[in-house]
Design a protein around this ligand. Sequence first.
Ligand SMILES: O=C(O)c1cc(=O)[nH]c(=O)n1[C@@H]1O[C@H](COP(=O)(O)O)[C@@H](O)[C@H]1O
Length: 290
Amino acid sequence: MDAHGPLCVGIDPHPELLAAWGLPDDATGARELARRVMAAVGGRVAAVKPQVAFFERHGSAGVAVLEELVTLGREAGTLVVMDAKRGDIGSTMAAYADAYLRDGAPLAADALTVSPFLGFGSLAPAVEAAQATGRGLFVLALTSNPEGPDVQHARRADGASVAGSIAAAAGRLNAAELGGLGPVGLGSIGLGPVGLESVGLGSVGLVVGATTGDAVARLGIDLEAVRGPLLAPGVGAQGAGATELTAVFGRARRAVLAASSRGVLAAGPDVADLRAAAARAAGEATAALR
Ligand SMILES: O=C(O)c1cc(=O)[nH]c(=O)n1[C@@H]1O[C@H](COP(=O)(O)O)[C@@H](O)[C@H]1O
């Protein structure tokens, strides 16, 4: 994020996008799209994020493309966030952790999106695997879709919002991983939000959509206290831009990785055009968040 700007380019081979790029709606089309995106942005952006559904649509041949993408990311030195939004009972979560977070697993990327809606504690096997292997998680907290508030803004019996309790649980894990220096400590030694990266971020990040308006403030969620990276989808095609990024994240903005898929991919299929679109989006994210 420091080297390339806080942008994550989504790799989502939608059928419409494949058609617009003159590619077939099958695994060979998805492979060509993925290769072009990596040729355009590999080594030039902070991260890429394949959404697994767009590859699973094509069965085992599509999953093979995902495996290839992990390798391309590693070769380019670009972080790969596997957007699979996995979540299940603990014993099954352990199998997901084995699939996506184990050294040597064919689909193991640098980070995985996970869903805490079977209870945050059910994610424990993924948390352990991520911390043990130097990988990361992005836990859904406030998603970018309009249906999210139904569940995420709801209040628990103790009065805490669901999203707030997810953020607090992530914050506790990161505090245990990083040591005692909490956000108050950061301020008291003069680092403030600018110093987040110099003390590091923990392995447990959150997904907070750039389209979520004033929800963070209204629910009283302290995103700085999470001390993990904040993946912010919703930039571009879903309508959020620099203004929304700054407004949603405030003082926590330096921990934000802005994510855009269609907003960048619409510039394809030409590799130079894609590269220029990603550079533009990264510049906008930098201006909004730094
Ligand atoms: O976890 C995600 O990446 C995610 C979470 C969320 O709250 N909203 C959201 O849009 N996403 C994903 O981010 C991408 C957004 O795509 P665009 O709207 O084309 O930029 C899709 O792959 C979504 O599945």
